[in-house]
Design a protein around this ligand. Structure first.
Ligand SMILES: Nc1ncnc2c1ncn2[C@@H]1O[C@H](COP(=O)(O)OP(=O)(O)OP(=O)(O)O)[C@@H](O)[C@H]1O
Length: 153
């Protein structure tokens, strides 16, 4: 399923709409090229989940935890490339918060099967495409709701 965004604000609105549908224990993976809009999307998602602190890229910390209406975990697996060491991922993935994982393919063996995969691609100066791949019935329902909200006809 593909949604087009024509501005950072539109990306924020899409992230906020998704945030409103999420439940404790939900895991999202987010991939896209440099400058595609992953951070823009994640900041808006976190804000909509009630996080008031500034959300920055967690590259040097692997995971950042934020308090919101429910816990929000922002993970960047870049420095874990093909690790076989379990750093306690389950506490996040099967916990009471929402987790966003960047560079998720690097920790593929530890990812929960039930998740929402999101890919952002650069289409032009302010244009971005968001591709959503739901990997559970819960996320299929959410994707249908996003489609109904964003795709008319
Ligand atoms: N439709 C759009 N959606 C998101 N960002 C957009 C859009 N149009 C323009 N932008 C701009 O593109 C940039 C996206 O940067 P952002 O840091 O979110 O990307 P990123 O994918 O996290 O990159 P990096 O991997 O380098 O951290 C921002 O400067 C943002 O204002």
């Amino acid at each position: 399923m593909k949604i087009t965004s024509n501005s950072p604000e539109a990306t924020g609105g899409l992230a906020a709409f998704l945030a409103g549908k999420l439940q404790p224990g939900d895991v999202l993976t987010l991939e896209g090229d440099l400058g595609a809009g992953k951070t823009t999307f994640t900041k808006a998602l976190g804000a909509a989940l009630g996080v008031t602190k500034t959300i920055n890229s967690p590259t040097f910390t692997i995971i950042k935890e934020y308090a919101g209406d429910l816990p929000f975990y922002h993970m960047d697996a870049y420095r874990l490339e093909d690790t076989e060491e379990d750093l306690g991922f389950e506490e996040y993935f099967f916990g009471s918060g929402v987790t966003v994982v960047e560079w998720a393919s690097y920790i593929e063996d530890f990812l929960p099967e039930e998740r929402l995969d999101i890919r952002v691609s650069f289409e032009g100066e302010d244009a971005r495409s968001f591709f959503f791949t739901p990997r559970s019935s819960h996320f299929e329902t959410i994707c249908e709701e996003i489609t109904n909200e964003y795709i008319s006809d």
